[in-house]
Structure formats: structure tokens, C-alpha cells
Design a binder for this molecule. Sequence first.
Ligand code: LLP
Length: 433
Amino acid sequence: TGNLKIDKDGVLEISGVKSAHLANEYGTPLLVLDEIKIRENIKRLKNAFDSADYTNYEIAYASKAFLNTELCRILQSETVSLDVVSGGELYIAFHSSFPANKIFFNGNSKTNEELVMALENDAGHIIVDNEDEFRNIEKISKRLRKKAKIYFRVIPNISPDTHKYISTGQKNSKFGIPFDDMLELIKSIKNSENLEMKGIHAHIGSQINEPEPYVELVKTFFDLLNKIRGETGVVLPEIDIGGGFGVAHSTFEKSIDIQNAIKRVIQEVRFLSNKFHYPSPKIIVEPGRYIISNAGTTLYTVGTIKKTENKKYIVVDGGMADNIRPALYGAKYEAFIANRPKDKTNLEKVTIAGRACESGDILIEETCLPEIKPGDLLAIPSTGDYTYSMSSNYNGFLKPAIVLVNNGKHKLITRREIYDDLIEKDIENSEWR
Ligand code: LLP
């Protein structure tokens, strides 16, 4: 858990800031993002390419894992690109003056409005999911006199049965375009003034910890690139292998060895480029959780403590509204006491529950903690990914504040919601029509 340290008084610090201090300043639940971790994760990814001496690559952070204005700025300063999937994510990017030519627009059913928004603002890398969408992009870019850079999302048929991944790349997936349809489209736009064909894209799934599925994907890609070249004469210069690099959400889990995974991908790319006399493609990756997961720690204050016949519940002031992953995917986390030294002798088995009116709102099913009292502060690390971005106002809970920490300093980057946020969109005395 890297950035979390126990200081000389035995109290939990995040990047040099006492967690109790953060809780006092900003309240709880609080999402604490560590800027140094974010930059380290990016650096590790870049190093993986650099140490294999492959300069033709681009990292497009998958916004869906988490996005706000400040993160856009950090990514921009690291010259990382952005993968967005909606007008909403586009809006955050534009609002943060994120360079439009570094935005990749994914999604399996982009609306015309969203496509206009992207193209008008020159967010021109569009990953085409299907034929209808392709036609729309063609029409819109013609009307706006823009040139869209097109990638085709292919269906790689990498089976989720052989690899137990959260899979999106299998047959009958709702994502992607069948190969024959893609060939027809490529033939039809060979000389288009408004579309520039850049490459093929696939995302095989999430929490992938081994290099093999990515190597498989590269093989599939070259097979397709070769066929495309053979049948249409078009040489596509880029491949986008998607995201999904696995992270550990607790000390019981493993994360991917990114250095090795990227090395293996590059080896395969080099080998197949040589074999087929195909120009070395640009490699695009779309990691989400790999960049943000371990940069996030959630701080909760303990409320009710309850003993049942066989269980002891520690109820915190958040839960599934700010982190739905345990309830939705059975995701496993670990909690640490954060406001006082850990008593290593008096550990007891407890269940950390949220305060939503749902039995399923359990953050951690069973964990060992020293005796906890109401008012204590708990920290759950590795909660940067798919927590805030999937949060809701269920039960009228307010979304947490987000604070950025960096080596002893801290600043608020997203304010906590207030009750007025809950009624702001409601219209009183609306007229019947
Ligand atoms: N690219 C595409 C096209 C994707 O669909 C995704 C994730 C990513 C990149 C980034 O994947 P990552 O590197 O973050 O694993 N809510 C779920 C995860 C859903 C991921 C969907 N697509 C969770 O909390 O585990």
C-alpha cells in the first residue's frame, strides 16, 4: 500500500499528510488522491515502452475509472491522452482545456449529438463500434468539414473461458464490428476526404494480470491487418490494445507486471511486423485502473458498532453509494485504522458495513482490526478506480469530497456535495402541458 505510512506516533499518513488531519479539514467520507502515485503509475507504463526502445506509442487514460478537472491537468502535464466514452466525459475534458487531438472517443452507441460535439471540437480520434455509427460519423464530418481519424473496434474472440477475466472481447459481445462488415466499410472509404483510417482497436477485459491475452490480441490484430491489406490494399498504421491491466485492491491480490507485459507485446509486434513485412504500428493502450486505483484512499468515520450472534458490524459513514464495487462485483478491500496507532494484540474479526438501506451494502465481509470505537477513522486503500465515477446519491447520500495530496501538502479538488445539490435539478410548480 506504498503511499500509506505509519508515522512516528503510529498514525496513518498518506503522502506525508496525517489522515486524521485530512478528515478534520474536509470531513468524511473523503477520497484522498495521491498525485505522486498517479505520476509514478504513468511513469512505470512509459518506462515499459521506453526500456523496450519502442517510441511509437500513446497512452490514453480511460476516464471512466475516474475523471475530474484536476486529473485532466495532471494527465496533460504527463502528456497522457484521454479515452472518453460520452459527451459528459468529453465535456470535462474540454472544460479542462484538454488538447482535443489527444482525445479518443470510445463507446458502443455514440449519439449524433455526442459525435457533433466531438468533431466540432476536433476531438477527432473516434473508435467506430458499428456500421450505423460509421455512416453517422461520415455524414457529420462531411457536414462540419472535419476529418475524423477512425479506428475500428474489432471482436477479437479471445475466449473468457480460457482466461477468467471480466471479458468484453468474446463472440456475441455487444462491442465491436464483425470483420467482413469492417472490410466493406474500409473499401467504401478508401478515398474519403472526411475520414482517415488509422487502425484497429480491441479491449479484451479488465483485471488481466498476465501478458498472454495481450500477446494473443497482437496475433489477432496482425492477422486482421494482413487480411485488410490483402483485400483492400489499405495499410493501417496503428493498433489499440485497450486497457484492463490488473491492479491489486488489497495486499491479498496481485497486479500485472507491466514491464513484462508491455515487453512481450512489443516483442510480438516486432516479430510479426518482420514476418509480414508490415510497418511497425503505433501501439495505443487505454489503462484506467492501472493509473488511478492505488492513488486513491477512502477515509470513513465509524458510526454504529453492532454485535449480532455471530458477527460484529462496524458501520461507516459511507458505503455502496461511494463504492459500489463490493456489492456489484464482490470486490475485496482491506481497511486500516487511521486515527490512532494500531493495537496489534487485540485483533478481532469484523465486518465493515455501509449505511445504505440494503443488506448487500457491505464494504468488507470479514477483516481483522483492533478494537474500533465509534468516531474512529478507517482508511480503505486502492479505491481510486470505479468508485467516485460509479457513485450515486442513493438514499440521499452526498458524494464525497476529493482531496489531492502531494508530499505533505493537500488541496481540495472536488467539493463535497451539499443538500442543495440534491434538489437543484427539480422544478417546482412546473406547468402541465
Ligand atoms: N478501454 C475500454 C474500451 C474499456 O471498455 C475499458 C473498461 C478500459 C479501456 C479500461 O479498463 P481498465 O484499464 O480500467 O480495467 N466498473 C468495472 C470496470 C468496467 C470496465 C469497463 N471497461 C469495475 O469496477 O471493475
